[in-house]
Ligand binder design. Structure first.
Ligand code: URA
Length: 243
């Protein structure tokens, strides 16, 4: 992980990520998602990764296991990673939404807005140099622009996220590529350029004046219900081992 002399250490950042994980476990910003989820799928992988993937939202398997991309799309993601010599544990995988939308419906704009603070803080703490957005939702969110993935895939660009410049690399979502051979071929080609992007390291960072701190968004939490604390402790023990 490329880091400057003034950066906090990787272990301090990982501790802060654990704190964020705990905060996310109690999130009730989206009433429907909080009422229907089994787990908050925070993300998994290397907390000091150079490469981060951001998908859409957990599906049924992810909600059950508390781990992102463990279903069929996840298997494809693992295969593609393997083809460029990487494993899940080398990268950090997260989603635009941390909770499963019921029936796998699309994330709603208000849910994306509610969850955005978690994602931006994950990026700030993990400090990846390259972020691969998988599909439309994460691409539009991080670019703050409605241009779709069909136009943008495979084109790296430097963007400012919070206080850091990162290389954004939008690619097709593996779930979409599962059923469309031509899209899979394109995804594979786009994937093959990731190692080259990683060798470029972090893009030039903004001058300190541009980095004037913005207040962190406040994130709603509630006290756990009876029995929930114990379940949360088990989930925490399981999930903290994921990063
Ligand atoms: N699709 C996603 O976008 N995220 C997951 O975690 C699984 C499938």
């Amino acid at each position: 992980m490329a880091s400057g002399a003034t950066d906090t250490s990787a272990s301090e950042r990982r501790e802060a990520l654990k704190g964020l994980f705990r905060e996310a476990q109690a999130c009730v910003r989206c009433a429907e998602l909080a009422a229907t989820r089994r787990t908050v799928v925070f993300g998994a992988g290397n907390a000091d990764a150079d490469l981060m993937f951001i998908g859409e939202a957990p599906g049924a398997s992810e909600d059950e296991q508390g781990v992102p991309f463990v279903g069929r799309a996840g298997k494809l993601l693992e295969t593609l990673l393997g083809e460029i010599g990487l494993q899940r544990t080398d990268v950090f995988i997260a989603n635009t939404l941390k909770c499963r939308p019921p029936g796998n419906r699309d994330p709603q704009p208000i849910e994306i807005e509610n969850c955005k603070g978690y994602l931006l803080r994950q990026v700030e703490l993990i400090q990846p140099t390259v972020i691969c957005t998988l599909g439309n939702f994460s691409t539009k969110l991080l670019r703050e622009d409605p241009t779709g993935i069909t136009r943008l895939h495979g084109r790296p660009e430097v963007i400012l996220l919070g206080h850091r410049a990162v290389r954004l690399y939008p690619i097709f979502h593996p779930a979409a590529a599962l059923y469309t051979p031509r899209m899979l071929e394109t995804l594979r080609e786009d994937f093959s350029r990731i190692p080259e992007l990683l060798t470029l390291g972090a893009p030039p960072q903004p001058e300190p004046l541009e980095m004037l701190a913005e207040p962190e968004p406040e994130i709603a939490a509630r006290a756990p219900e009876p029995g929930e604390a114990a379940a949360a402790a088990v989930a925490e023990a399981d999930q903290l081992g994921l990063f």
